[in-house]
Design a binder for this molecule. Structure first.
Ligand code: BTN
Length: 323
């Protein structure tokens, strides 16, 4: 699809004739017709009226870089967008782009991931166009020890963005960064990074938000939900992606990568894990306690019945009452 033709139609307030488009972009009328067909295939509703031309009546709600750009208020996040029909994983796509010198803040979005990755080596599988699939790359010039809570910060930005667009969802965070709605998972986040001892090369947060699913396979139906299932609305994935980047950049500009008191307090309010009984493994032993807070490094603070406290920084925690 020719993005210039799309942008011209998006910018126009009225019909644009095929002749005008073909002259402006030095392409044949057949090329214009083919582009209109592609736009319709991508989900745009395009009106076509003899002697008037074409007009976009309704935008697609599926991933489209030009639409994401229109919602962005950022200075650097998402200012370069890699959009693919399908890719193994948007995280992998950005790792490759980093090797080729992509800019800080570049965004990768796709319609289908063929080898999506989840946390703890799991697989993240979604149908074409059913989810908002995105990754972005950050290249801060800081030491790895200064980004210890980055996954929590990313989770907080996603939670804020979803609650801003759909207040009725009342999204919460399951530590460290699953986004949940009524105790079911709505969104998963996988943060990958590459670093030297004293220098971060890149951080790639990859985010998958369940949007259009009407149901889930039996094995996960008890613990997964989608925006459609919760609201009855098929959401605009481009608005979701852009709002996540807008929120993330606003946090980065005000706090850098520090998980400061303000952010910790907001995270704590939104974190469904805190206040609940949890189980975790320590030196091969299963321990039970109550999650009672979060540290500036993003660790979960768990208090056992004997008042001993433990800090958990990774791995799996079983939370009573949530999947
Ligand atoms: C999890 O909850 O296990 C994390 C899931 C993360 C999925 C997203 S989808 C976009 C990005 N690309 C991937 O391969 N994974 C992340």
């Amino acid at each position: 699809m020719n993005n210039d033709i799309l942008k011209a139609l998006l910018d126009a307030e009225d019909f644009v004739s095929g002749q005008e488009l073909s002259q402006r972009f030095s392409v044949t009328r057949t090329t214009i017709c083919n582009n209109i067909k592609e736009l319709r295939k991508a989900g745009f509703v395009v009106e076509s009226v003899t002697n008037k031309g074409y007009r976009i009546k309704e935008n697609t709600r599926h991933i489209n870089a030009a639409l994401i750009q229109r919602y962005l208020k950022t200075q650097f996040l998402g200012r370069t967008i890699y959009e693919t029909e399908e890719t193994e994983s948007t995280n992998t796509c950005l790792k490759e782009a980093w090797g080729e010198g992509c800019p800080n803040g570049a965004l990768a979005v796709t319609h289908l991931q063929t080898a999506g990755k989840g946390r703890l080596g799991r697989v993240w599988k979604t149908e074409r166009d059913s989810s908002a699939i995105m990754s972005y790359i950050l290249m801060p010039e800081i030491s790895p020890k200064d980004i210890s809570a980055v996954t929590q910060v990313v989770g907080l930005a996603v939670c804020r963005a979803l609650n801003r667009i759909f207040p009725s969802l009342n999204c919460e965070i399951k530590w460290p960064n699953d986004i949940i709605c009524k105790k079911k998972k709505l969104c998963g986040i996988l943060c990958e990074m590459s670093a030297e001892l004293d220098r971060v090369n890149y951080i790639i947060p990859g985010i998958g938000i369940n949007c259009d699913q009407k149901s889930f396979p039996e094995e996960i139906a008890f613990k997964a939900t989608s925006i459609y299932m919760e609201t009855g609305v098929f959401p605009d994935k481009n608005l979701i992606v852009a709002e996540i980047l807008n929120e993330t950049e606003s946090i980065l500009f005000s706090s850098g990568f520090a998980f400061d008191r303000k952010l910790i307090s907001e995270y704590t309010m939104l974190c469904a894990t805190i206040g609940r009984p949890v189980e975790f493994m320590r030196n091969g032993e299963k321990l039970c306690g109550t999650a009672c807070g979060i540290t500036g490094d993003g660790e979960l603070i768990v208090e056992l019945a004997n008042h001993e406290t433990h800090l958990i920084n990774s791995g799996e925690v079983t939370v009573q009452g949530i999947y």
